[in-house]
Design a protein around this ligand. Structure first.
Ligand code: MTE
Ligand code: CO
Length: 423
């Protein structure tokens, strides 16, 4: 900085302080206040007096080091090891609706495998006219589609059935991600192989040791299922199924086969043939629900929340969260500050779209008193997200999967939040 510029500094400092103070009146009380001269405004900082990093420093960009806490996290006591395990998306720290692949939750039954595109094969066999094998390049030659969908593990919020347990939206609701997928519709490939009408189901499996085989009704397979090779514009990450995964919109995550290897036309679900039953929900009377594929409407306030406390005291507060439904689009979200006694309609950042995450906001002037914060999603089928009590009445306490109950955060006067239940 030149001496001339330095000599101008005092008057500039005065001006900026005055402007910020005047601005505070225009914004709702308390949002922006400039008391003393702020050196970050009035003094030239290191980053403005030297040069930054050149363009090739990081050929593939990573988040800046100051965001190093925005990462997937594991709950160690949940599983015996990290091979057949799960971690959680840091939804408390994200905004918008698209989940970056690098922090999107992972769920593997036998670890994430490394499979080269050159070694990739997709076989379609069973009840089809012509069994076919596709290479990765073959798949690239079919007409492509781009669609945004959420993927939620059936076990998301599963630890919360019996009572409030994990302290953070990342852990209670973070088995979900939402990406823009590019790929080929499964229908196109099945038609290419000439799927036979007696094939009422397809059995899909992955190339990993677990294979994660699942049966999907042909009707769904011919509807909106995608064979995807890109997510958010770039190749799938290894942990999300590189080079090709199945996208089964609105249905539980375990059907979204990663490292997709085979699609077999079958006349009955393979699980029935083998006498196995996966992903069932045991009710209070001991009878289990099965074929519960669709993920019901659900929502959660992501901030404030236990990992995202209010740090600024009373005044303007942005309450925000995510809502979704496997049965259609989110049509509205209500927010309660008092544990469900009174509800206010939140603002959707964009109109809800089919089987994708919707971001909602409620901008309030917080009086600094404690809140029992809840959100409640409504979807295009007319369904309204239930309270925990309503869900337990129907489903009992023995389930792990498909907990879509309303979540409560107890936000204290000091801004900290805790996972609680209201009766
Ligand atoms: N596909 C294969 N091949 N192997 C797996 O272990 N896990 C399933 C599904 N597809 C799995 C799989 C489960 S239970 C879920 S919830 C989703 O993948 C998770 O996808 P993600 O790891 O990309 O988040
Ligand atoms: Co899962």
């Amino acid at each position: 900085m030149s001496d001339d510029a330095k000599s101008l500094a005092p008057s500039r400092r005065q001006f900026l302080t005055g402007a910020a103070a005047a601005g505070a009146g225009a914004v709702a009380a308390g949002a922006a206040r400039a008391a003393a001269p702020d050196p970050l405004i009035t003094e030239v900082q290191d980053w403005a007096s030297g040069l930054g990093e050149g363009v090739d420093a990081t050929p593939y960009g990573l988040p800046i080091k100051y965001e190093s806490d925005v990462v997937r996290r594991n709950v160690e006591w949940l599983t015996a090891d990290t091979i057949s395990s799960i971690n959680f998306t840091p939804i408390h720290a994200l905004d918008g609706t698209i989940t970056p692949q690098g922090c999107a939750f992972e769920r593997h039954h036998s670890g994430a495998i490394e499979l080269r595109k050159e070694d990739y094969r997709l076989m379609i066999n069973g009840l089809v006219g012509t069994p076919l094998v596709f290479t990765y390049e073959d798949l690239e030659r079919f007409p492509r589609e781009n669609r945004v969908y959420f993927c939620e593990c059936a076990a998301n919020s599963g630890m919360e059935w019996a009572g409030a347990q994990l302290n953070g939206a990342q852990f209670t609701h973070g088995m979900i991600h939402n990406m823009e997928y590019s790929g080929v519709s499964l229908r196109t490939l099945l038609e290419e192989a000439g799927v036979k009408p007696e094939g009422k189901w397809v059995y899909v499996e992955g190339a990993d040791a677990s294979s994660n085989g699942r049966s999907i009704p042909l009707e769904k397979a011919m509807d909106d299922v995608l064979v995807a090779f890109k997510a958010n514009g770039e190749a799938l990450r290894k942990e999300h199924g590189y080079p090709v995964r199945l996208v089964v919109p609105g249905w539980e995550g375990n059907m979204w086969i990663k490292w997709l290897r085979r699609v077999e036309g079958v006349d009955q679900p393979v699980e029935s043939r083998e006498g196995t039953s996966k992903y069932t929900d045991t009710l209070a009377n001991g009878i289990s629900r099965k074929w519960t594929w669709e993920m019901d409407a659900k929502s959660v306030v992501t901030s404030p929340s236990p990992q995202a406390p209010i740090k600024h005291g009373a005044g303007p507060l942005v309450i925000t969260g995510l809502a979704w439904s496997g049965r259609g689009a989110v049509t509205g979200v209500d927010v309660s500050l008092d544990g469900g006694k009174n509800w206010t309609e939140a603002r959707l950042a964009a109109p809800g779209t089919d089987k994708a995450l919707t971001r909602f906001y409620l901008d309030i002037n917080w009086d600094g008193s404690e809140m029992l914060l809840q959100s409640r999603a409504k979807d295009s089928s007319g369904y309204v997200q239930p309270t925990k009590a309503q869900l337990r009445e129907v489903r009992g306490l023995n389930s792990i999967y498909h907990n879509n109950a309303i979540q409560t955060w107890w936000v204290k006067a000091n801004g900290e939040a805790e996972n609680v239940e209201v009766s």
